[in-house]
Design a protein around this ligand. Structure first.
Ligand code: EPS
Length: 387
C-alpha cells in the first residue's frame, strides 16, 4: 500500500528516493523539507563533510504545482562531495587504491565477505550514514501528510556518552533547536559538549540516546491481530533499521522489568466524562495499538566506528595485523541521529495510518479520520448512557 526505497552511495553523484502510496492533493512546502535536511546536517561533533554538503531536495516525479499527484514520488539530494572524488567514485570510470583494514563495529568486514568485494570502499559507501539524508527527505514529506491529520513528531537528545539529561515529560521545540546537541536541558547540553570535546581530543567517538515523541496520535493505529501489525514492533523495526542503533525502548522500556504491576501500568479514570490516564508508562502503545497518548520512544546508538585513534584490525590483503582504516568522519552523531529517528518514525507511521483511514486523496483520508472519530465518540456516549 505504502512503501519507500532509497539508493545512493555516500560519495556517489546523488541520493535518490521513491515514496509510493501517499494520497493525492497533499500540498507540499519545499522549504520545510529543506529545513529538516539542514537540521540533520547540524549538531556538535560533526566532521568536515558537512561543510561541503548543502542538502536540498529536487523533485523528479509525483508532484506538480507543489501538490502530490498520487503517483510515485521520486526525489534526489545531490552529493556535492562527488565533484571532489569523481575519479574514485564515477559510476562508470571510478577506481582507486582499495581500503583493506576493516573498522571494528562497521559494515566493512561482513559486507566484504558477503558481497565478495576486495575493496572495503564498495561496502562502506552504502553503509555510510550519508544515506540517512534521503530518509530524512522522505520522512519530511511524510511529516506533511501526518501533520494534515494532526500527528506531529519531535525529538531531543537525552544522553551523550556518560552525560544523561533529566527525564523530560514536556520540552520546548525552541530549546531543542537552540542547543548544538539538541538537548533542551542547558546544564546537560553543556556537559555533553565537554564530553564530545574530550572524546575528540582522545581520538575517540561517543554514542548516546535520543527520545522521539509523537503527539496527536489517534487511538487504534497498528493492530493486535498479527505480530507484524503491532505498532511497537513496526516502530522498533524501523528505528533498528538505522545505522548505529542498538536498542529501542517504548515508554518505560527496559526499566519495566524491575517494576511491580502497580507501578508499570497507566490507570484509567474519568474527568468531566472523558476517560483519562494516570500516567504514560506504556509510551502510548497497548496491545500493539496506539492508545491516544503520546508515543514515547527512546533510542540508543553506538559510538561511530571510525576512530582517529584507530582500533586494532587486520590488513585483509596482506594477512597482517594493522590498525583499522581511518577515513574522515564525525566524533558524535547523536544529534543528527535524532533527526533521522524522527524521519524513521514518520516513515513507519504512514502505512498503519493509511491502513486505518485509507483514501486516494488527502480529502478522502481526512473525511475517513473524521468519521472514525465521530464513531468513537458515539460509542463512548452510548456506553455512558448504559444503552
Ligand atoms: C560517514 C562518514 C562521514 C560523515 C558521513 C557518514 O563522511 P565522509 O567520510 O565523507 O567525511 O560525514 O555522514 C554524512 C556524509 C552525512 O551526510 O551524514 C560514515 O562513514 O558513515
Amino acid at each position: 500500500m505504502f512503501r519507500y526505497l532509497t539508493a545512493g552511495e555516500s560519495h556517489g553523484p546523488a541520493l535518490v528516493g521513491i515514496l509510493d502510496g501517499l494520497p493525492a492533493r497533499l500540498r507540499l512546502d519545499v522549504e520545510r523539507i529543506n529545513d529538516t535536511l539542514a537540521r540533520r546536517q547540524g549538531g556538535y561533533g560533526r566532521g568536515g563533510r558537512m561543510k561541503i554538503e548543502r542538502d536540498e531536495v529536487e523533485f523528479l516525479a509525483g508532484v506538480r504545482g507543489s501538490e502530490t499527484l498520487g503517483s510515485p514520488i521520486a526525489v534526489m539530494v545531490r552529493n556535492r562531495d562527488f565533484e571532489n572524488v569523481r575519479a574514485l567514485m564515477d559510476p562508470i570510470a571510478g577506481a582507486g587504491k582499495p581500503l583493506t583494514n576493516p573498522r571494528p563495529g562497521h559494515a566493512d568486514y561482513a559486507g566484504a565477505l558477503k558481497y565478495g568485494h576486495r575493496d572495503l570502499r564498495n561496502v562502506l559507501e552504502r553503509a555510510s550514514a550519508r544515506e540517512t539524508a534521503m530518509r530524512v527527505c522522505l520522512g519530511a514529506i511524510c511529516a506533511q501528510f501526518l501533520q494534515a491529520l494532526g500527528i506531529t513528531t519531535r525529538s531531543y537528545v537525552s544522553r551523550i556518552g556518560d552525560v544523561v539529561a533529566p527525564e523530560l515529560d514536556a520540552f520546548r521545540e525552541s530549546d531543542v533547536e537552540a542547543s548544538e546537541v539538541r538537548c533542551p536541558d542547558a546544564d546537560a547540553a553543556a556537559a555533553m559538549i565537554r564530553a564530545i570535546d574530550a572524546a575528540k581530543a582522545a581520538g575517540d567517538t561517543l554514542g548516546g540516546q535520543f527520545v522521539v515523541r509523537v503527539d496527536g496520535m489517534p487511538v487504534g493505529i497498528g493492530s493486535n491481530r498479527q505480530p507484524d501489525q503491532r505498532l511497537d514492533g513496526i516502530l522498533a523495526g524501523a528505528l533498528m533499521g538505522m545505522q548505529t542503533v542498538k536498542a529501542v525502548e517504548v515508554g518505560l522500556g527496559a526499566d519495566v522489568a524491575a517494576k511491580p504491576g502497580s507501578r508499570a501500568h497507566d490507570t484509567f479514570g474519568l474527568s468531566e466524562g472523558e476517560v483519562v490516564r494516570g500516567s504514560n508508562r506504556a509510551g502510548g502503545i497497548e496491545g500493539g495499538m496506539s492508545n491516544g497518548q503520546p508515543l514515547i520512544l527512546r533510542i540508543s546508538v553506538k559510538p561511530i566506528p571510525t576512530l582517529m585513534k584507530a582500533l586494532p584490525s587486520v590488513n585483509l590483503h596482506e594477512g597482517t595485523d594493522a590498525p583499522a582504516s581511518i577515513v574522515r568522519s564525525d566524533v558524535c552523531v547523536v544529534p543528527a541521529a535524532a533527526i533521522v529517528g524522527e524521519a524513521m518514525v514518520r516513515l513507519a507511521l504512514v502505512a498503519p495510518v493509511l491502513e486505518k483511514y485509507g483514501g486516494d486523496s488527502i480529502d478522502e483520508t481526512l473525511s475517513n479520520l473524521q468519521r472514525a472519530n465521530a464513531a468513537a465518540a458515539d460509542l463512548f456516549a452510548t456506553q455512558k448512557e448504559g444503552v
